[in-house]
Every structure is written in C-alpha cells, then in structure tokens.
Design a binder for this molecule. Structure first.
Ligand code: TYD
Ligand code: MG
Length: 471
C-alpha cells in the first residue's frame, strides 16, 4: 500500500498541490483547495496491481486499424428526443455524463428512459444515491411507470454497487444518480470531493468498458454551469449531455456537449408536465407560441439546431440611456456577437446606438450559438429603434461580416421549408441563398449588405409614420 501523504486538491479544477493556498494557481479559484489523503496511484484491477507491485507490466495484445469494424451497437431508448441527442441510442460499453441544475428534471428523464428500456426487455439498474428507494418508487407510480421492470437500489458505496451489478444477470444500462454521492473505500476522502468523484467515476467507467453495459452518471452543475467536481470526469466519459431550461418555464432542452459516438449540435426538447417529461416534436410552434405580431423589436429567426430547423423569436429593446456607459444585456445569445452587430450597424449603416441601452433576448429561453442569427438580431434592433414592427410573416437569417456584407449560412433550404410549414411567407436572407426557396411558397428578400436591410426598415418606419399622421 502506498504511503498516505496529505495532498491539497482544488475542488474547482482538480489541480494538486503539496501545500494549502487561498487561491488555486491553476484556475484562480479562491478557497477551493481542500486537504485530501490520496493513496497514489489508483489501483486498476487486482491482477494488474499485483503485476505492477512486482515492477512488471502485463503484455497487451496490439491490434491493427483494419480489424472487424462493426457499427457500435446501440441501446435505443424509444424516446425520440433523447435518442436524437445521443446520436441514435446509448452505445454499449460507453459512459455518459448527464449534467444539469438541481430540480431541472434529470432523475425524471432517466427514470422515464429506464422504464422505456426495461419495458422493451432490457435489464436496467437504477442506483439512486440521493433519494430513498421509496421516493423513486413513488415518483414512478405518479408517472405511471410502476409496472416497468427496472431494478432499483438506493446505494452510494461503489464496491457494494459493483458487487450488486456482478451478482445476477448483467444489466444493459446502469444509472448512477448522482456521481457526487458515490464514495469508494479505495480512497480516503469525503464523498463529493474531487478525489472521491474521480475515483468513483473511474470505477464505474471501467465497469462499463469491461462488461459492455452502458453507464449513465448524473452530475450536478454549479451556479456558473460547470459540472461540479473535476473537469476530468468530463474527459473520462464518452459523452456529456446537459439538461437545461429555466425552472420558471416548462420546457427543457437536452444538449450534447461532447459525444464520441455522435454529433454534438443536436438538441432534444421536452416539456415538464404533471405527468413527467413530454417530448416536444414541434419546437418551433412552442418557441413562437406567445408572439405579439405588432410589437416592434421582434424578429423571427429561421435557425438550425443540429439537423433540425427551429424558428424562434429574437427580441430587442433599444432605449435612450441615462448611464455614462450604456447597458448591453443579452439573454440566450453571445455578448461579443451583439457588440459586433452593433459596431457594424454604427460603422457601415450609420445607425447610432452609442447613447442607447440595448437589451436582447431569445424568446422562450433557448440559447442560440449560430452566427446565422446576426441578421435577425440586426432587424430586431433597428425595428426597436424606429418603433416600426417587422412584417409578421417574415423570417430572417444570415451572418453579418465586419464589412457589412451579409454572408450565406448552412442549410437555407430546410430553414425556409420549416418557415413555410409554419405559415411564413417571406424570407429575408443573404443574396447568395436566394434560390433556396424553390419548392416553397416563401418569397425571398435578398439582402447583399446590411445597409440595404437598414434602408428598407427605415423606409418602412417612415411609411408607418406617414400613415399614422394621415389618419
Ligand atoms: P427531478 O427529476 O427530481 O430533478 P433533478 O433530478 O434534476 O434534480 O425533477 C424535479 C422537478 O420536476 C420538481 O421540481 C418537480 C418537477 N416534476 C414535475 O413537474 N412533474 C413530474 O411529473 C415530476 C416527476 C417532476
Ligand atoms: Mg435528481
């Protein structure tokens, strides 16, 4: 047994130092360093430890790249929105981390997924470290899942869990809710500390790799959205999914942050109801649900999340500022991207916003990452500034360059087809994408440079103003 020596571990980033310090040198976090006794190195299975103790390694078989290449077999949950995000089901022998804020619905999602798989005849073991078995059972009853043959345990000790899994028929899917509650007697540190979380995750991942079961680890996230515990767990697993949404609203978005076996830009949309999570197969209708057609400052973006087009409203509010430095507040989009659009509006189109506060929000709480939102953002900003609403039947997309050019974005066809499906009649988009509307009844307004859009919106505002004066 290696000698136990006191080690100091940063609970934010996992960096190890030999002395305590108030600030972590590696990540800059304050008061995050905690003393943990670490027995180095972690044992890796009985035979290999024995071999290593003797100073000898075990010979491993080297393989070529051109071996049998079966497509990774997958476990399809039958919940379409979940399977879409995993890339078509859980891969056998893989480990997956599901992160999310407390109360967002991680346990509910996994309980529903487990029940669906168990009903399909797969052996599923659900290990709850947070709730007692009775609580989980009660929830299952409320969700109408009590008849699903899920094997349930309330346990937090890794050795006990592994012994239970090895006893009885081998499971196809194991759920650990949550990784922060697990502890292994192999390391001497409190549950929830970096050392424990890392060692427990390592043991569960090794179980997945050696038995071919799929292991899902639930991880809590901290206030700033990081999965609590060491980042190394994120590196150790094959896929990291995050479950998001604000608790004030009903719908939840499942997003892949990392996936060794599938795409990372797909999202799954769910709504939390009294009967658990419901899949939302038509998210555009949901995100456009409470639109006010005549309100200035709102533009509909024909966006794309992964392979799926999603229409969502971008809302801007531009008001004269009383502050020395005007406010720039963004919800659901990128601050730096907004600054760029404002700079281009100012420098290339003569729209002065330096004396105005700007608030920008993506309606419904969706978080948008693609630059295709630029044109919709610019339209919403100008519309709010002039006070004239945008045409109610128009969608916008296009990337804005620093020169003011409106550049094409990927997949204009699917974006416009989704718009047509929801009754939109006009597409305001980059000139280069003008022929994408073929086969739909959407008419195209091609915008080569941003000043063209600004001129059109200004003319529209003047016309609206004149008609109000005339009336
Ligand atoms: P839960 O799955 O326990 O969240 P997590 O595991 O991420 O902490 O979800 C808890 C929340 O979901 C709780 O606030 C109540 C709500 N909820 C419903 O609205 N309907 C339901 O059918 C269930 C099971 C939960
Ligand atoms: Mg939970």
């Amino acid at each position: 047994m290696a000698r136990l020596k006191p080690t100091f571990v940063c609970q934010a980033c996992g960096a190890v130092t030999s002395r305590w310090a108030g600030k972590c040198e590696a990540c800059g976090a304050w008061n995050a360093i905690v003393e943990e006794a670490v027995a180095a190195p972690l044992p890796g299975g009985a035979s290999s430890t024995a071999a290593r103790a003797l100073g000898r390694g075990r010979v491993v078989v080297l393989e070529g790249l051109s071996g049998a290449t079966d497509e990774a077999p997958r476990l399809v949950a039958g919940l379409g929105e979940l399977d879409r995000v995993t890339g078509g089901g859980f891969v056998h022998g893989s480990a997956l981390l599901l992160g999310g804020e407390p109360g967002i619905g991680k346990s509910t999602l996994l309980l529903q997924g487990s029940a669906a798989l168990a009903r399909a005849g797969h052996r599923v073991v659900y290990v709850s470290g947070e709730e007692a078995a009775a609580q989980v059972r009660l929830r299952a009853q409320r969700l109408g899942l009590a008849d699903a043959p899920v094997a349930l345990a309330a346990e937090t000790n890794v050795e006990d869990i592994l012994a239970t899994l090895k006893d009885g028929p081998p499971p196809r899917l194991v759920i650990i809710d949550s990784i922060q509650t697990l502890w292994t007697s192999q390391v001497e540190a409190a549950p929830g500390t970096v050392t424990q979380v890392r060692a427990a995750a390592q043991a569960m991942i090794r179980y997945a790799k050696t038995t071919g079961a799929c292991v899902i680890l639930v991880g809590h996230v901290t206030k700033d959205g990081q999965i609590a515990g060491p980042r190394v767990v994120e590196h150790m697993v094959d896929a990291v999914l995050s479950f998001e949404g604000d608790s004030g609203r009903d719908f939840r978005i499942l997003r892949a942050q990392k996936n060794r076996f599938g795409p990372t830009d797909e999202i799954g949309v769910f709504a939390m109801t009294g009967d658990g999570l419901e899949q939302v197969t038509n998210p555009s209708a949901l995100f456009l649900g409470d639109r006010e057609p005549d309100a200035p400052g709102a533009a509909v973006l024909a966006g794309l999340e992964g392979s799926r087009p999603i229409l969502v409203e971008i809302q801007a509010l531009v008001v004269p500022s009383t502050l020395g430095t005007p406010r720039r507040a963004v919800v659901g989009w990128d601050n730096a991207r907004l600054a760029m659009v404002l700079a281009v509006l100012e420098a290339r189109c003569g729209v002065r916003l330096g004396g105005h506060d700007v608030h920008l929000a993506v309606a419904g709480g969706l978080r948008i990452q693609e630059p295709a939102a630029d044109l919709a953002v610019a339209a919403a900003l100008v519309s709010s500034l002039t006070g004239a609403a945008l045409p109610v039947d128009a969608v916008f997309f296009g990337e804005i360059g620093l020169t003011g050019a409106v550049r094409p974005v990927s997949h204009p066809g699917p974006r416009l087809r989704e718009a047509a499906r929801l009754g939109f009649k006009r597409g305001v988009l980059p000139a280069a994408a003008a022929d994408a509307a073929q086969g739909t009844d959407v008419s195209i307004v091609a915008i080569p440079t941003l000043d063209v859009l600004v001129a059109r919106l200004a003319a529209r505002a003047d016309a609206a103003h004149a008609s109000r004066q005339g009336a």
